[in-house]
Write a protein that binds this ligand. Structure first.
Ligand SMILES: Cc1ncc(COP(=O)(O)O)c(C=O)c1O
Length: 362
């Protein structure tokens, strides 16, 4: 079976270095907010060419704390793409703000900038864009809407470490870039992890307090905070992988190029534009008989995944919030998308086999 993902194989090249880091942290005996977190924050900020990074517990909290740091008035509306992983929507709900969903583009799967302005009201205070699957949104259009309407911008970059738009890193355009280091991500830890990057120094002390009980001096609490710290051991592991992130991305691009060049026109392929460096956290295709295709591939020992089977506005947890609202483009993507194996451990031979099997599907 060609696995869709296999974390043991994915991490095999790094395990010796992980062990060294593991022993180092144990011996130091500083397990919460120690030197590894501080060093990783510096290194991840440098990777993104941005001054500040605050490590947090996971990607959901990276978005949520970014929103909290903005101190938006109650009843503020926040624009979010209608096709995203549930975390983007949850972050707004966890801040007791109103989610306003906007349709994605059918070709890029990211938020459709031409539909954002119609969703803006006097209560709109922020936009959260999602660089879905590892492709940046059209940041020229997003930035001009942000500036014209004086809105805050958070970039959910959980799937887009290292992606660029016109040479600028995902997560560095807006007020905050929120990242996840969930193990399957292009920069994945061995557990949960996340980070917020930003360029305005004014946000730093607020975020440091928010992630740590509202405190920067032990047992003195300045604001209502959370326990949302990036774990010291995970930071130590992330420091091993960060220097290999570009190599991981290059490998995924090599596999993606084979798919893009060789799959026949029965499949809707991801679009590629000159101004974008896509990182293929997920390599997806679309097909009208997606579920049949998935079963067919499974029968040929190829495991695939669906990102995602149910759009946020139809999830049981929140469908009441969006009752009466329709997002046909998002629904079309959810009904037809299929994610193909494209991990650091997959070989070009794996992908050539998958292409060969797929091109015989009819
Ligand atoms: C687009 C998106 N946003 C947010 C998250 C949340 O990240 P985490 O699982 O680390 O909380 C994820 C990943 O799982 C994601 O894919």
């Amino acid at each position: 079976m060609i696995a869709y993902e296999d974390l043991k194989q994915l991490n095999a090249p790094f395990t010796a270095q992980f062990s060294t880091q593991f022993n180092k942290v144990i011996e130091k005996g500083h397990y919460i907010l120690g030197e590894e977190v501080a060093a990783f924050e510096k290194e991840f900020a440098a990777y993104n060419s941005i001054p500040y990074c605050v490590g947090v517990a996971n990607g959901l909290e990276a978005i949520t704390l970014s929103l909290k740091a903005l101190d938006l008035p109650a009843d503020s509306e926040v624009i979010v793409p209608a096709n995203t992983f549930i975390a983007t929507v949850l972050s707004v709900l966890h801040c007791n703000l109103k989610v306003v969903l906007v349709e994605p583009r059918i070709d890029t799967y990211t938020i459709d900038p031409s539909k954002i302005e119609a969703a803006i009201t006097p209560d709109t205070k922020a936009i959260i864009v999602v660089h879905l699957y590892g492709k940046c949104c059209d940041m020229d259009q997003i930035m001009s809407i942000k500036n014209k309407h004086n809105l805050y911008l958070i970039e959910d970059s959980a799937q887009a470490h290292g992606a660029t738009f016109k040479g600028k890193m995902a997560g560095t355009f807006g007020d905050f870039g929120a990242f996840s280091f969930y193990p399957t991500k292009n920069l994945g830890a061995l557990g949960d992890g996340g980070a917020i990057i930003f360029s305005d120094e004014a946000h730093q002390s607020k975020l440091l307090q928010l992630r740590n009980y509202g405190s920067d001096k032990k047992y003195y609490n300045e604001i209502i905070g959370y326990n949302c710290r990036l774990d010291e051991m995970q930071a130590a592991f992330l420091r091993v992988k960060l220097p290999y992130l570009n190599e991981i991305i290059a490998h995924k691009n090599k596999l993606a190029d084979i798919y893009l060049k060789s799959l026949n026109d029965n499949f809707v392929l991801p679009v590629k534009h000159a101004d974008y460096h896509d990182v293929y956290h997920i390599f997806n295709i679309r097909h009208p008989r997606r579920d049949e295709l998935k079963d067919y591939l499974e029968a040929h020992v190829i495991q695939t995944a669906i990102h995602y089977p149910v759009p946020p506005h139809k999830q049981n947890a929140m469908k009441h919030i969006f009752e009466g609202q329709n997002f046909p483009v998002s629904e079309e993507i959810h009904a037809t998308t299929l994610s193909l194996p494209c991990s650091y451990f997959h070989t070009t031979e794996d992908v050539e086999y998958i292409v060969d099997v797929m091109n015989k599907f009819n």
